[in-house]
Design a protein around this ligand. Structure first.
Ligand code: ZN
Ligand code: ZN
Ligand code: ZN
Length: 269
């Protein structure tokens, strides 16, 4: 059995927290658990690093987590809070003298390569002047990286179809407003479910806390972490509600808010 560490590099929504110009109690909180950068997960196995998503905060996340090598990047979708850090992946070409493989949905990768980050792939960009060695690999079902099988989970995020990932009996679904039946069947009885729970109020492209709890009741993971959280949620006020029998958000299941820097150990058989 090998130990694998999951580390939350970021657990915030696109604006991240503190949000520019906001003086709410979460954005001005002294609790480090209320500082949330763009959602991203680091999967560490024997010194090898795999990340899910690479957003606007990637550079600082990588420095804080001391990431000096990268085996692969898995992308959920191409919104800025999940892909803007791709520009900073060039550094890893130099650090490890090999390409950085990026895995994701075919049409998302096409857009990133041909539009968003065209200069990283263009022959007209000079070597040493910005061209990167990034391998774009479109996937539909599974990919094995560093001996870990990653299975694509098709989910709906507003009007678009995007990916979550299942690996080591854990699932990571950071941006979701609807989980199709076919995907629900794949996430029953997990050891760990990491799932979008933006806020209490409803939202057109994200689960709110009630909807995320409904998924927990349906698929019964041993442990659940909520992520992609906005500033409506103050950690110290909301995290205890899931265990408070007097709260409407009480659940018999083991549910916690994730926070930046949280580490979980999982076993690879
Ligand atoms: Zn997002
Ligand atoms: Zn705020
Ligand atoms: Zn998104």
């Amino acid at each position: 059995m090998k130990e694998v560490t999951l580390k939350f590099l970021g657990t915030g929504t696109s604006h991240a927290i503190p949000m520019i110009g906001c003086k709410c109690e979460t954005c001005t909180s002294a609790d480090p658990k209320d500082t949330r950068t763009n959602s991203s997960l680091l999967i560490q196995k024997e010194g090898e690093n795999i990340i899910i998503d690479c957003g606007k905060d990637f550079r600082n996340q990588a420095i804080n987590a001391d990431i000096d090598n990268l085996s692969a990047v898995l992308l959920t979708h191409n919104h800025s809070d999940h892909v803007s850090g791709i520009d900073d992946l060039r550094v890893f070409n130099r650090l490890q003298n090999k390409p950085v493989p990026i895995f994701g949905k075919a049409d998302h990768l096409e857009t990133l390569k041909n539009y968003t980050f065209h200069y990283l792939f263009s022959d007209e960009t000079q070597k040493g002047g910005g061209i990167a060695d990034l391998q774009m690999n479109s996937i539909k079902n599974n990919v094995e990286i560093e001996g870990i099988d990653f299975e694509v989970l098709d989910v709906i995020h507003g009007k678009i179809e995007i990916f979550g990932y299942k690996f080591l009996n854990c699932a990571y679904i950071s941006d979701v407003s609807c989980i199709p039946e076919k995907t629900l069947a794949k996430i029953r009885d997990l050891d760990i479910l990491i799932i979008d729970a933006l806020r209490f109020r409803e939202h057109s492209t994200h689960f709110n806390i009630r909807q995320a709890l409904n998924i927990v009741e349906a698929v019964k993971p041993k442990k659940t972490y909520f992520t992609h959280i906005c500033h409506d949620i103050m950690h110290s006020k909301v995290d205890p509600l899931f265990k408070d029998k007097k709260s409407e958000y009480f659940t018999e299941h083991d549910v916690s808010l994730a926070y930046d820097g949280l580490e979980i150990k999982v076993m690879k058989h």
